[in-house]
Design a protein around this ligand. Structure first.
Ligand code: RUQ
Ligand code: CUA
Length: 668
């Protein structure tokens, strides 16, 4: 390619990216895209279940959504990195620590990618990992409870985009920094000293095979590029991890031009088995770092946050034969490994073709030292020597590739708004379908595993424009479902999503549904403020803190009359839901509380904090319509002036203040 034509492609593609309005490439006739039997294929009759759970990232809403496939019905929003007033996540005293970081409480993040845990490269139905892109974090959701159980912050990282992809047996979940920054040493350097002072890292977070507990095993210091995405090897490539990187130019300004100057960037191949061994042999260095590690305990129903103080850093200079760079055309976004583990696909956002690399050839090139110079001291493998083939004229703006169970690949094309199906072996294009519009990620059922289920594929689109009824300037993003069981891909459903979906993964329903937790056993509740029966309800004062040990059961809160609260008191309502029946949560809200409600599951205890900032009688009530007498499920708290001598009392049903006991007497 000569300079002029290369520049032309770059400029045109860039214009389309920045403006997002390259309509000449967009499919025009949207109504003709759905065939006659589409409705029957996605119809899940009322009362019937979907075939797949689909875990979808929420992007800038910071949450994870669960949809049923093929119906497209939204089943659940799982709060992960953002506070969720609907159930009190991040508002209750128990869940606030989940959002703690080394920078304090951070109630939001940008969640891009999902990784379902696997054993031998196949879904095992245990955990869902998710990345926090902005304040670098990885979260783990338990598939038994659909709750976020753990969040670990990633130090020495600035934008955790290349994450939380996992190795075949979920040995590790990884985190590659999107932004390179000054790491270690003095961080206060001029920005234009990028080339000398900025570095990247990729982190390997160990996942305990029994409990799922995460711990940063080691970080690897890398050249100051931008890491975009990554995938672990499979089968024969099991020991390797592949990271796409752009900005190998190391630009620190106007990246849309300056990070697109070179013809090729890289896929960085890391032999993580070697890295693991080097770490074990003491090749790494413990460096000071501050990061939060937050864990939710299902027995105490409470999260704790611990600030960790150091991390093991591997400098590749001390670790030979661990990292190789594979040249990859034009700012690769996705790098994806096929089910056999032999083929590695690089999707260069600005490239006019899709390169497919061979793991076998890569191993030969390493053995024979078929190098094409070095990058920052790392051997660069010769492009032609590791290339299996190139998909010619696939479309414009390739982003991500997924695989089916029949040797086919599906690549999303952002600029030309389409999905292109091609054969992995002979790299021939087989079919293409439009998406509406500007697809980002796509998800084939089981696509990243060793045994994809195929059958359906979902496109996650960035722009909806005319797809749904207008809703003012802000429109929903869209997902589109395709039937991929035949030779031709067929669109069968179009549904709006919550937030901006990036990656998603689907898993057959029965791998999860049979293990779903229905209640928390009240006798196993180890919450320090649990109240396991109405007889144990009480109100205790400790200085200006008042602890209300409250219970909820259809259809009353105990106690429902509380007096003796003083202006300025901090009142903690520890509400235990005494129900032991599936799907009977109770909610708790108190007028003017400066947070949200709490929604308490059967057998669980949750705490809402209330600052008594006004004198008066303050109502509280159950927020979840739990019974015919739900509207009666309410109570009053009396707040008196600071110096008042109204005694601390509580009652339910007696219409009298309860007799004062030693524990409930106000001590002055
Ligand atoms: S991204 S649309 Cu995964 Cu953040 Cu590709
Ligand atoms: Cu409990 Cu409504």
């Amino acid at each position: 390619m000569n300079i002029t034509s290369r520049n032309f492609l770059t400029t045109a593609a860039l214009a389309a990216f920045t403006a997002g309005t390259m309509y000449s490439c967009k499919p025009k006739n949207t109504s003709a895209a759905v065939s006659g039997d589409a409705a029957a294929k996605v119809y899940v009759a009322p009362g019937k279940y979907d075939e797949f759970y689909n875990f979808v990232s929420g992007g800038f809403n910071g949450q994870m959504m669960v949809y049923g496939i093929p119906s497209g019905r939204l089943l659940r929003i799982i709060p992960v990195f953002s506070q969720h007033p609907e159930n009190g996540y991040g508002f209750s005293e128990e869940t606030k620590p989940m959002l703690n970081t080394s920078h304090g409480f951070v109630p939001w993040d940008d969640l891009h990618h999902i990784a379902l845990s696997t054993t031998n490269g196949e879904h095992d139905g245990r955990w869902v990992f998710a990345n926090g892109n902005n304040s670098p974090r990885i979260a783990r959701v338990d598939m038994k409870t659909f709750r976020t159980e753990e969040i670990i912050e990633i130090p020495n990282s600035a934008g955790n985009h290349s994450s939380p992809f996992i190795t075949e047996n979920t040995e590790y979940t990884i985190a590659g920094t999107r932004f390179s920054v000054p790491i270690q040493g003095n961080p206060d350097v001029p920005i234009n000293t990028y080339k000398e002072n900025f570095k990247g890292t990729v982190s390997f977070v160990k996942v305990d095979s029994i409990t799922g507990r995460m711990n940063i095993a080691f970080q690897i210091l890398t050249p100051g590029v931008n890491f975009d995405l990554s995938r672990a090897g499979k089968g024969k490539s099991h020991d390797w991890f592949f990271f796409s990187c752009y900005n190998s130019e190391k630009a620190n300004t106007l990246l849309e031009v300056n990070a697109s100057a070179k013809d090729k960037d890289f896929i960085m191949a890391v032999n993580w088995k070697k890295a693991e061994q080097y770490a074990k042999e003491g090749k790494g260095k413990k460096v000071p770092a501050q990061y939060a590690h937050n864990v939710y305990n299902d027995k105490t129903h409470t999260a704790t946050s611990t600030i960790e103080k150091d991390v093991l850093l591997l400098d590749p200079k001390d670790c030979p034969d661990m990292i190789y760079f594979i040249p990859c055309p034009k700012s690769p976004h996705g790098t994806d490994v096929d089910p056999t583990g032999e083929y590695i696909v690089g999707s260069g956002k600005l490239a006019a073709l899709i390169p497919v690399f061979s793991f076998t050839k890569m191993q030969q090139a390493i053995a024979n030292k078929t190098f094409d110079g070095t990058y920052d001291g790392f051997p660069v493998l010769k492009y032609e020597a590791v290339l299996h083939g190139e998909v010619q004229k696939p479309g414009l703006g390739p982003l991500h590739t997924e695989f089916d169970n029949e040797g086919n690949a599906y690549t999303s094309m952002f600029v030309s708004s389409e999905i292109v199906k091609w054969n992995v072996k002979d790299v021939k294009v087989l079919d293409r379908v439009p998406t509406y519009y500007s697809i980002g990620h796509l998800s084939v059922m089981g696509g990243p595993t060793r045994k994809p289920y195929g059958k359906y594929m979902v496109a996650y689109n960035k722009i909806t424009k005319d797809r749904y009824l207008p809703t003012g300037p802000e429109l929903a993003q869209s997902a589109q479902l395709y039937d991929i069981s035949g030779d031709k891909m067929k669109m069968i459903l179009d549904f709006p999503t919550v937030g901006e979906p990036h990656y998603a993964e689907a898993i057959p329903a029965d791998k999860i549904s049979k293990n779903s937790v229905k209640i928390y056993k009240i006798e196993e509740n180890e919450h320090p403020y649990a109240t396991k029966g109405e007889a144990q309800t009480k109100v205790e004062r400790k200085g200006n803190q008042v602890h209300v040990y409250m219970t909820a059961i259809r259809s009353h809160l105990t106690p429902d009359n509380i007096e003796g609260i003083k202006l300025g008191d901090e009142v903690y309502f520890h509400v235990t839901n005494l129900e032991q029946d599936w799907d009977v949560p109770h909610g708790f809200a108190i007028k003017h509380a400066n947070n949200a409600e709490i929604l308490i599951m059967p057998g669980e205890t949750q705490t809402l904090k209330y600052i008594a900032d006004r004198v008066g009688v303050i109502p509280y009530y159950c927020t979840d319509f739990c019974s015919a007498l739900h509207q009666e499920m309410q109570g009053y708290m009396r707040v008196s002036p600071a110096g008042s001598n109204v005694p601390l009392t509580f009652s339910t049903g007696t219409n009298l203040p309860a007799p004062q006991t030693s524990t409930s007497v106000s001590k002055k």
